[in-house]
Design a protein around this ligand. Structure first.
Ligand code: ATP
Length: 322
């Protein structure tokens, strides 16, 4: 197995090395290589991610990705959008789980309001929201597949805003057709009310499929249920490539202090390993729970532990088998 590691910027540089320890614990014989991608590279070379970087990422079976800072500079092109597009990573899976709930946000990752089709002016700027039947079908199949494969026995919730935006009528109706064809129970919900209800009653939800920006906001908001962004992992999946990254960004406000919570990155490493057939998630979750209940927590969770001490305690648990 060949694994590409991208630390990226800010706290990506701090949490990813800790997540790599977990990868190496479960896959000591895998081949690891680092790719230098991100805003730091853009500052040095004028490009955040070049063609060679994309080629080397394509050579990996899976990628562990840190975080990339997106500066306000209008000339800066989003590295993550390029990587997702060039590697065909059309599905963004964002699990949020805790006591009594297990939600999987399935976010369409290739179009919607992140189409990149924009016109920027002094008086008027526009971003084109693209919804195609092909991409909606593809993401709906992925969401229904997760419901069926993981034996979740739940209902597919189709998050949309079709009452206001006509582009979401196509998204909603395409998802309904796919759910009917695949025999998956479904319901539709407006994304604003859905977000509020899912925070209040997370146990009502199972797999939620939605468009690009809505999925981004919904999953961050659900972070409230589990202690914040430092807890949320994600997978970006395509037909040929797969990239795993924490939901959080580079967190410039705490970068360099060594205090970031490494759990989201560690969980992302767990998703990468499971994707490659290595069973480990249950063990990793048990180890995380054990370290937290021993009283060791990073600051975002109300503790005082730093990134490396937390990861050391986690590795001790994993090495001793619990
Ligand atoms: P970017 O520009 O890279 O998106 P951001 O600051 O806008 O960065 P995030 O990096 O997602 O967005 O951070 C949002 C908030 O959550 C910040 O206050 C940050 O400190 C906090 N945060 C994010 N990740 C973590 C983490 N792993 N541990 C602790 N706090 C975190």
């Amino acid at each position: 197995m060949k694994i590409a590691v991208v630390r990226g910027d800010g706290i990506g540089k701090e949490v990813i090395p800790q997540a790599v320890r977990v990868l190496q614990h479960y896959a000591p014989d895998a081949e690891y290589f680092e790719a230098d991608i991100g805003y730091g590279k853009w500052e040095r070379c004028g490009v955040g991610c070049d063609d060679d970087d994309i080629e080397s990422l394509k050579g990996a079976d899976s990628i562990l990705f840190g975080a990339v800072t997106t500066p306000p500079d209008p000339g800066y092109k989003s590295v993550m959008l390029r990587v997702r597009k060039d590697l065909g990573l059309y599905a963004n899976l964002r699990p949020v789980y805790g006591e009594g709930f297990n939600i999987m946000v399935v976010r369409e990752n290739s179009e919607g309001l992140y189409s990149g089709i924009e016109e920027i002016g002094e008086e008027r700027s526009t971003t084109l929201r693209v919804v195609t039947k092909k991409a909606s079908e593809r993401i709906a199949r992925c969401a229904c597949g997760i419901l069926l494969k993981d034996f979740r026995n739940g209902t597919l919730t189709i998050g949309n805003k079709a009452n206001v935006m006509k582009s979401d009528v196509l998204f909603r109706d395409t998802c309904i057709s796919v759910a009917q064809e695949m025999g998956v129970p479904y319901r539709t919900a407006y994304i604003d009310a859905l977000t509020f209800d899912a925070i209040q009653n997370p146990q009502r939800y199972d797999v939620i499929v939605t468009t690009n920006l809505f999925g981004d906001i919904l999953s961050d908001a659900l972070g409230h249920l589990v202690g914040g962004l430092g807890m949320l992992p994600s997978a970006n999946i395509g037909d040929r490539h797969a990239l795993f990254e924490p939901v959080h960004g580079s967190a410039p406000d705490i970068a360099g202090k060594g205090i970031a919570n490494p759990i989201a990155a560690v969980r992302s490493a767990g998703m990468l390993l499971e994707h490659n057939g290595i069973r480990c998630q249950e063990e990793i979750e048990e180890a995380i729970a054990a370290v937290i209940s021993s009283g060791m927590k990073t600051r975002d969770l109300g503790g005082t532990a730093d990134t490396v001490s937390f990861a050391n305690a986690l590795m001790d648990r994993l090495s001793s088998g619990g």
